[in-house]
Design a protein around this ligand. Structure first.
Ligand code: GLN
Length: 244
């Protein structure tokens, strides 16, 4: 199927609250990498109180605990809808605080537990220190087999059951600074601690998400055409192995 006839719909959930370290760059990357291929993009920004409509890709950025509290309550009200979307193979990408809310809960130090929407079998508890710095992680199912980004979180995330790590930490801390895992995946739900923003520096992962979303929409695997990613790849390579 020619890319000119393809369409994809993307929802950015609660950007006014969860958009730390320019996480909106992930939306820009998804949009641009579709538009550069003449793939039609429908985009919807969802804010507190808005009704959720069906989309191919849902994105949730990161943020401080206060903003996370506001979004957690709203996401929880939409838990059944979003679970149905997960089971319809919609693609989800959560960054840091957004990722934490994809699990069962986020337990801050001295506050009430924030209930997550359990799209993944994972949970997060506040740690005693903040993990701040660059991360390099190895990802087994993509070429290049690396992901790079910037982490800033105190939350320690632990994966259970069929929820598997997205990547293995080479430099940095990742999910909890102990088990060398970074991020998570269950079905087409992905979470990562990599800010920066994440997708501009990892174009291969952006294309992977777009291909999954197209497969969900059209019911067949669609391999995207190549783009001139020299700048993106130079940026990616320049960060591999760098801690600060
Ligand atoms: N408040 C959460 C934590 O500190 C998430 C932070 C973030 O999204 N960068 O772990």
């Amino acid at each position: 199927m020619g890319e000119k006839n393809l369409k994809i719909s993307i929802a950015h959930l609660y950007p006014k609250l969860l958009n730390l370290y320019g996480d909106i760059g992930n939306i820009i990357t998804l949009k641009k990498r579709c538009e550069w291929r003449d793939i039609d993009v429908e985009f919807e920004e969802i804010n507190l109180g808005d009704k959720l409509n069906q989309h191919d890709i849902y994105f949730v950025g990161g943020g401080q605990d206060k903003q996370q509290e506001e979004v957690a309550e709203e996401l929880y009200h939409n838990k059944d809808f979003l679970t149905d979307e997960r089971d319809r193979n919609a693609v989800f990408l959560g960054i840091c605080g957004g990722y934490q809310l994809f699990g069962h809960y986020y337990q801050p130090h001295d506050k009430d537990r924030l209930l997550g929407i359990s799209l993944m079998d994972a949970y997060t508890v506040a740690g005693d220190k903040r993990f701040i710095g660059n991360v390099t992680a190895q990802i087994d199912f993509l070429t290049p087999n690396t992901l790079v980004g910037f982490e800033n979180h105190s939350g320690l995330t632990y994966l259970q059951g069929e929820t598997k790590p997205l990547a293995t930490v080479v430099v940095g801390n990742g999910n909890n600074g102990r088990d060398k895992t970074e991020g998570a995946r269950f079905k087409n739900v992905f979470g990562t601690y990599l800010h920066g923003s994440f997708l501009p520096k990892n174009p291969h992962f952006a294309d992977y998400l777009i291909e999954l979303a197209l497969e969900k929409r059209y019911g067949e695997k669609i391999q995207l055409s190549s783009l001139d990613d020299r700048i993106e790849n130079e940026t990616h390579s320049s960060l591999i192995g760098k801690a600060y």
